[in-house]
Design a protein around this ligand. Structure first.
Ligand SMILES: NC(=O)c1ccc[n+]([C@@H]2O[C@H](COP(=O)([O-])OP(=O)(O)OC[C@H]3O[C@@H](n4cnc5c(N)ncnc54)[C@H](OP(=O)(O)O)[C@@H]3O)[C@@H](O)[C@H]2O)c1
Length: 323
């Protein structure tokens, strides 16, 4: 466990070095944990560029103005896009590629609990699966050439690392067996295996991939998606109750978003996180992989998940995912 005073000392020491000229890409940073992490990072860098991907520039304007005041030497670029769409990620990446000559850090955290049930994007992807996994990996994959131009590239996905569980190997994309727990388990395992796959490729061996679990953090995430009565009144009542109770638990016992942001800024900057693919717990420790993840990796599932993911992207772009 890294205590918060050590996190703050490390972040302050990093900030005191006056690092400048870095390029950072954030998705899911318009609210919650991502927003808190972005805020910390903007305070720790000078003359650096932050690309913030988001779907609503008007709703974000006040936060953008606040960020610009934290350090006026930094440039904050809001990139308007639908991150749930693979085409939306591609569009954002072309803007970044035209503008930047490298990327030093990527921090991805879009998503939340899918209490509303399965909702499909116009590309045919279930939206929670898309923003938690397919879109995040598409963003990282598209930006690999720019990450290679950084001396210390680092990639952070804030999701559920360390909590890998068995998945349904016959239905990785959950076309037939979608459920709230299933989507959490599948996006978690897919992220860890995809990161392992990317890190094991020789040309990527100086990149640091971190799949972290934030633990309970007091954000709006349990309250955002609403269950629908069209799935039956019993289901609606059950999920609504779970949503209210989890909201209370997170508010009463969750870490503050500010502390979570400080902890993720530490993961983005501290030298303890060397090149490779790592699972990190809520208190910033690298945790040895559990046996389920080891078994999947040794069974060649890193390559299989990557191949599956590339296939899903291709179908999404031709809007043919249901086939
Ligand atoms: N908070 C916790 O206790 C907790 C615990 C474990 C894991 N996590 C995971 O950590 C990640 C971040 O959680 P959080 O608490 O920061 O969530 P949050 O406060 O609800 O923020 C979610 C972010 O994701 C974006 N987003 C959500 N759905 C989207 C969609 N369909 N299309 C585009 N953008 C979308 C939101 O954008 P808008 O501003 O446009 O809505 C926002 O920037 C999530 O994956 C969550 O599952 C959280």
């Amino acid at each position: 466990m890294v205590i918060i005073t050590d996190i703050r000392s490390s972040n302050a020491a990093y900030a005191a070095k006056g690092r400048h000229g870095l390029v950072c890409v954030f998705a899911g940073a318009t609210a919650g944990i991502g927003a808190a992490t972005l805020r910390e990072m903007v305070g720790m860098l000078r003359s650096s560029t932050f690309y913030v991907l988001g779907r609503d520039p008007h709703r974000y304007q006040d936060k953008l103005d606040e960020l610009k005041k934290i350090d006026t030497t930094n440039k904050i670029v809001f990139v308007e896009t639908q991150i749930a769409l693979i085409a939306g990620v591609d569009q954002a990446c072309s803007i970044i590629r035209e503008d930047a000559d490298k990327v030093d850090m990527i921090c991805v955290s879009p998503g939340g609990m899918p209490f509303q049930g399965a909702v499909y994007t116009e590309e045919g992807l279930e939206s929670c699966f898309a923003v938690s996994y397919y879109s995040r990996l598409r963003l990282i994959s598209n930006l690999l050439p720019l990450l290679h131009k950084s001396p210390t590239p680092r990639i952070l996905s804030i999701l559920n690392g360390t909590k890998e569980k068995k998945i349904n190997e016959a239905d990785i994309g959950l076309k037939k067996h979608w459920g709230i727990a299933a989507v959490v388990n599948h996006t978690t395992m897919c992220t860890s295996l995809a990161f392992d796959h990317l890190a094991s490729t020789a040309s990527h061996n100086h990149l640091t991939f971190l799949h972290v679990t934030p633990g309970l953090v007091s954000t709006d995430t349990p309250r955002t998606g609403r269950p629908s009565k069209s799935n039956g009144l019993f289901w609606w009542a059950l999920i609504s109750t779970f949503q209210i109770v989890s909201g209370w638990i997170i508010t009463c016992f969750g870490m503050s978003a500010k502390e979570s942001g400080e902890r993720h800024a530490y993961e983005l900057t501290n030298d303890n996180f060397v090149a490779g693919s790592w699972r990190v717990n809520r208190l910033n420790e690298i945790v040895p992989d559990n046996q389920v993840l080891i078994d999947y990796r040794e069974g060649g599932w890193g390559d299989k998940i990557w191949e599956f993911t590339v296939g899903v992207w291709e179908k999404a772009l031709t809007k043919d995912v249901q086939s």
